[in-house]
Design a protein. Sequence first.
Lengths: 402, 106
Amino acid sequence: MTVPRRVAITGLGAISALGQDLAALWAGVTQARCGIRPIANIPTDRLLVTHAAEIVGFDPAAHFVERRLPMLDRTSQLALVAAREALARCGLRIADPTRASVILGAAIGQETFDAAYKALYGENARRLHPMTVPRIMPNAPASQISMEFGIQGPCFSTASACASSAHAVGLAFQMIRGGLIDSALTGGSDASIVVGFLKAWDALRVLSPAACRPFSLDRTGLVIGEAAAILVLEAWDHAVARNAPIIAEVAGFGMSADAGELTAPDANGAARAMRAALADARLAPGDVDYVNAHGTGTRLNDKTEVAALRKVFGSQTDRMPISSSKSMVGHCLNAGGAIELAITALALRHGVLPPTAGFNHPDPDCPIDCVPNEARAAKICVAMSNSFAFGGLNAVLLLRKA
Amino acid sequence: MAELAEAAFDSDPRIARILDIFAKETRINREALRPGADLSDLGVESIDLTMAVFEIETTFGVDIPVVADRAGAEFSTVGDLVSHVIAVLDQADAAQAEMKAAGAAG
């Protein structure tokens, strides 16, 4: 049996409501800036909820040649922009493209989907654009990255709703650790701020009218965000050999399914995923210094997540910092796990705890230190990032300071 | 599929427009687009061919039906494509003329 290899995060790229690169994301997080604002990119007259964490001022023509744009939904555009940044930052030159991977959270091309059916049903269009299918397909962002960088190893997308990109990173981690590949571009992209999909979210009765205040007594629900976050994962020795800057180490990955309710989280399922990640990393609960929570800002999620944390961490839950980045970047759905993991990696790298923005009042159901409203310097060595999806699918990643 | 005369390639203005669009979408030298030219020899990518057909539909305001028994690999030469499009255009013209005649008679 081969010896498991260590896995390094050597590159990060991100585009989000906090700005169009990783530096803007981290600056926003450390300033506890909230990216949620009135929706500007689509008409909102038919929506109940008119706020989101939108990427404002993104100009596709500044990133892609005219001939390529018809092939790219916004979801793929964002993924490519983040992937280019991640690769440029880490300077990885892929020596053997068959041992490199692209594994992303699956995300359909919502903008294309919405526009196509509006044209067909709403405007009686006679035909649709021939690139409609390749733009919509949920593997499009992964395929586009594979094609742009000539990556020829295992490339695919994982689907687990809001845990999709956490599952993707976890699989990339396992495949590098197990020796199947040497490097991976992994993470996710999501551009779901379109009328049809937001209308569907309206009907679920979980959207907040304006702010996202995880763990705060006056929280009113979640806010949809759009983003892409791409991480470059490399076999540790591979990264060291080329003197790559190592941002953090991926230490463990745990998964579970609630097999319970469709949309209600389950503390036991979440706790099992956290325990699985700890066991995978051969770490004890006491080794964990910070948790980047799933923290959606719904009454039920936050209460259940704190209960799950208590099952795993016991009284340590009272003093361990546990914050939610969704208060700043919104709920980025298929990209959520990836952007939150990127923030967690930067927290370890810089020794700064990401805050929970918009926090007003402590909730007796959530008696935790959620790093309210201000980032805080702290020596942290091990951090956990939680993702719990509709459908009861849970993914938990553990990072260690490099 | 009807064989296209070489001469028609240089005289029929509709063919000239079709070839202009085809050359633009596939980025292939317009001069190389002769009836017998093989699409794979020319290096035409399938996605560019699809876009070219879409643009031809848009320009002429017609639906170009899929050649059903060859879906996915409909055309092997430039002539195949052009004669299929011309047949569709002729059919559309005939239908229009018929409607006009019916209108005049009524």
